[in-house]
Write a protein that binds this ligand. Structure first.
Ligand code: URA
Length: 240
């Protein structure tokens, strides 16, 4: 890889900025000052330093974001705030993207990464990575709804995979319910449309788990943190 690309990828500045740093002699490769931005480096084996500090190479980035309502699951948008606008200047990278979409008004677990392979694995219905949601519903959810969801629901002519509905509680006087729903795919507005299909409406929705990784209780709404290697493994766990 070219030295200037390496430095830009590692967050040391734009391609133009890092070329300037290289020309000024701020970069060494295996203890030799290199002043050519076109120099090729092996990012795995070369010792590349910036201002004498060793750069630890990292190719893939994985962050768990507790998405707040009011931001959209996109990388850029001219009008709306996106989930990437929540990132600090230090952590932001051009190649980060959200894995799948949560609606603007949905909160909860959202993985942000630059690893397209993992994203594909997590979203493919064939991999059976579960997505679990907590919802507050206008209307009384019933055991009959559990059976319907377990068989699959037709949404605009397309059948959903079986989904597991847990009724946490119902308030008969208010006519509301609290539920958890486990999905094995991610169709557009799927939870809201499934609930609508049985005659009720979701009024609050939060994703609380993906694969074997629950949204950590100590991660405040609107914040994010890198995933540990163990968490990453847990996340990609297929259904048992
Ligand atoms: N289902 C929905 O309806 N909305 C989401 O944001 C996620 C799942």
């Amino acid at each position: 890889m070219r030295l200037d690309k390496f430095l830009a990828d590692m967050g040391y500045g734009s391609r133009k900025e890092v070329k300037g740093y290289i020309k000024k002699g701020r970069v060494t490769v295996n203890d030799q000052t290199i002043k050519s931005d076109k120099a090729q480096v092996n990012e795995q084996t070369d010792r590349i330093c910036f201002d004498q500090e060793l750069i630890h190479y990292q190719r893939w980035y994985y962050y768990l974001l507790h998405k707040p309502a009011g931001v959209i699951s996109a990388t850029v948008d001219s009008y709306e705030d996106t989930v990437l606008d929540l990132f600090s200047e230090e952590d932001f990278r051009e190649d980060l993207f959200p894995v799948g979409r949560l609606d603007k008004d949905t909160e909860g677990f959202l993985l942000i990464t630059n690893d397209g392979g993992l994203a594909h694995q997590l979203l493919s219905p064939k991999k059976h990575v579960e997505k679990e949601y907590y919802a507050q519903v206008d209307g009384i959810m019933t055991a009959a709804d559990q059976t319907i969801f377990e068989k699959g629901v037709q949404l605009d002519g397309e059948w959903t995979l079986p989904a597991q509905l847990t009724i946490i509680g119902v308030d008969q006087a208010e006519g509301t319910s609290e539920i958890r729903l486990i999905l094995h795919e991610g169709k557009f507005h799927q939870v809201k449309r499934m609930v609508h299909a049985v005659g009720k409406e979701v009024r609050y929705l939060k994703r609380i788990r993906m694969g074997g990784l629950a949204l950590p209780a100590d991660l405040p709404v609107g914040s994010y943190r890198p995933l540990t290697a163990d968490e990453l493994t847990a996340l990609a766990q297929p259904k048992e």
